[in-house]
Write a protein that binds this ligand. Sequence first.
Ligand code: PMP
Ligand code: GLN
Length: 393
Amino acid sequence: MNGLPARRVAGFGTTIFTEMSALALQHGAVNLGQGFPDFAGPAFVKEAAAAAIAADLNQYAPMPGTPRLRRAVAAQWEHDYGRTIDWQSEVSVTSGATEALCDVALALLDPGDRAIVFEPAYDAYVPDITMAGATPLPVQLHPPTQSQANWWFDADELRAAFEQRPKLIFLNTPHNPTGKVYTRAELELVAGLCQEFGVIAICDEVYDRLVYGNAVHLPLATLPGMWERTLTLNSVGKTFSVTGWKIGWAVGPAWLNTTLRQAHQWVTFATATPLQEAAGAAIEQAAGNGYYAGLQSEYTERYTLLRGILEGVGLPTLPVEGSYFISADISALGYHDDRAFCRWLTTELGVAAIPTSAFYMNPAAAPPFARFCFAKKLETLQAAGERLQRLRR
Ligand code: PMP
Ligand code: GLN
C-alpha cells in the first residue's frame, strides 16, 4: 500500500491555531492565541437554535442555504449598503467563511492561475490557493511607520503583482492578524487595478462588526464597478460569538454564486439546517435590538484593557482599527524569533499568543510581532495580565 499523502497536502503542517491551543491546554496557559470568544453568545441567538431543533428543522437544508438566512443576509445588505439583493441568486450559505474560501479557490482557480494575497495573510488563503493547483502572489502589508499610522501597502508593489496577471485577489478587512481596516483610498486603488486587469475580488469581511474609533468598514463590492466582480464572505462566528457554529455565506453577483455553488455542492452540499435558521433569526433581530452597538462597546473595553496590560509590561502595541486581535512588538523586550517567543510565553509564563510569522509564506520575512486575542472575558484578560507581569523582570 502506498500510504503517502497527495502532493497537494503533503507539505502542510498543523495549523498554528491548533498547535498553540494544544500547547496552551497542556501548560494550563491563558489562551489569547486562537481567535474565539471565551464568553457565551447572546441568549436570543442560542434560543433561536434550540427552537429550530425543537421545531424539527433537522433535515438537509437546500444546497444554496435556507431561505430564511439568505433573505436575512440580503435584507441586511440592502439596509446597510442600499443595494437590492436577489436572495435566491446572489447569496449562498457555506460551512463558515472557511468553506467559502475553499469553494472559491476550487471553483475559480486552475493549475497555473495566480491569486494575490496581502501578507500577513489569514492562514487558510495560501493552502486553499495551492490545493487548487494555483500560485499565491504575496503583496506585503508594511508595519506602521512615522508617516504611516497603520499597516500600509505600496501601490507600485501591488501594481507589479497585478501585472503578473492574477485571476483573483483575496482581501480581508478588517484584517486578521493586523487589525487594519482598509481605507476608502486603498480600496479605490484595488478596485481600479481589478478593473484594469480584469481580476475578481474575494473579500473576507468576517470582522465587519468589530470596528473601533474612527475606522469605518467599507465593502470593496460597494465601490463603482466592483459588484459584478466581487464575492463578499462573512459568517456568524465572530459577530454572534458562536465560532463553533460554522455558518457562513457569500454575497455577490449571480454568476459568482453559481460558480461557488459548483464546488460547494460537492464539498459539503449544505450546512447545518437549525443553525442556519438561528443565524437568520440572529441577523433579523440584531437589526433592531441594538446588539451591534453593544458588541462594539464591549469589544472596545476588552481592547483597551489588553492594550494597557501589554504596554504596561513593556510590549509596545500596534494600532487596532478592527478585528479582535492586537499585535505587540516583541523586539522591544529583546526578542526576535516570534515563534520561539510565543512558545516560551505559553509554556513558561502561561499566556498563549500567535506568532505573526505564521501568516507569511516566508516566515523569515515577518516582523517580530506576537498576536493576542481580546475576545475574552475581562477577568481572563486580567488573569493574563497578572502572568505577564513577569516580563517586567
Ligand atoms: N477569515 C478570517 C480572516 C478569519 O479570521 C476567520 C476566523 N476563523 C475565518 C475566515 C474563518 O471563519 P469561519 O469560522 O466562519 O469559518
Ligand atoms: N480565525 C481564528 C484565528 O485567527 C482561528 C480559526 C481556526 O482555528 N481555524 O485565530
